[in-house]
Design a protein around this ligand. Structure first.
Ligand SMILES: Nc1ncnc2c1ncn2[C@@H]1O[C@H](COP(=O)(O)OP(=O)(O)OP(=O)(O)O)[C@@H](O)[C@H]1O
Length: 233
């Protein structure tokens, strides 16, 4: 569904990604793992064309999307949930969801408010509250919920478990598996293997912008030396 082909990305003169090569198969959850500063966010931004790869290609559903404007990438069915929660603090939960609404997309779930409230019951209770009244975890959920209102086929979640309470982390893992059941394809970034193990089918490990491993979760689990070398566990 998504191919990252020989991607090299830079900030100015500084090269941050070196020849990344991995695939995300349709209907799977792939975890992009690596320590702080490894290049996970830059990989996601390179897929979304928020950072333009200087070399290499991003192929989505057989189409080369490299160089497309980011809004066109999003309209094509890729929903990006950045690490920093970008909700509208002055708008209510319902109004935030309304902002994210896009027309139905062929082959994808058409999300309604009720459907996202089923997924995130905490938000249902808070539907008339303003964004600023929500906890960090609820803001994280609202960011995901708003992205779902755009009816994506593929969702990129940058560190969905970062900075939220353990009980919410568990809920987040359940949500990701429910999204997979809905037929969405998920690429998430994570520093810690624990969360990835609960949700991912496959794993890509990067260190200093270089890919060190790509394969199934089972194959990573059978190679503890890779895990110990590149991940904080
Ligand atoms: N806008 C920027 N300008 C210059 N360098 C940047 C910029 N954003 C990130 N970097 C650098 O690029 C490298 C990769 O950063 P990136 O945010 O992609 O890593 P990450 O794996 O997502 O880490 P984190 O867990 O901190 O989000 C780091 O060395 C970082 O300092």
């Amino acid at each position: 569904m998504l191919e990252v082909n020989g991607v090299n990305s830079f900030y100015g003169k500084a090269q941050v990604l070196n020849d990344l090569n991995f695939d995300v198969a349709s209907g799977t959850v792939v975890a992009l793992l690596g320590r702080n500063g490894a290049g996970k966010t830059t990989t996601m931004k390179s897929i979304m064309q928020l950072v333009r790869p200087r070399k290499g290609k991003i192929i989505y559903q057989g189409q080369d999307i490299t160089g497309w404007p980011s809004h066109k990438v999003a309209r094509n069915g890729l929903g990006y949930v950045p690490e920093e929660r970008r909700i509208f603090t002055q708008l209510t939960v319902l109004e935030n969801l309304e902002v994210g609404r896009q027309p139905p997309r062929d082959g994808c779930t058409t999300w309604t408010e009720d459907m996202v409230f089923d997924l995130f019951p905490n938000l249902a209770e808070r539907r008339h509250n303003r964004g600023k009244a929500l906890s960090g975890g609820e803001q994280q959920m609202l960011t995901i919920a708003r992205t779902l209102m755009g009816n994506p086929a593929f969702i990129l979640l940058d560190e969905p478990s970062e900075g939220i309470a353990p009980v919410i982390v568990e809920q987040m893992a359940r949500v990701i598996l429910q999204l997979k059941d809905e037929g969405l394809t998920v690429l998430l970034s994570e520093q810690n293997l624990h969360f990835a193990q609960a949700v991912a089918d496959a794993v890509v490990i990067i260190e200093h912008g270089t890919q060190k491993f790509a394969g199934s979760l089972a194959s990573l689990q059978s190679q503890p030396e890779i895990r110990d070398q590149y991940l904080s566990v």
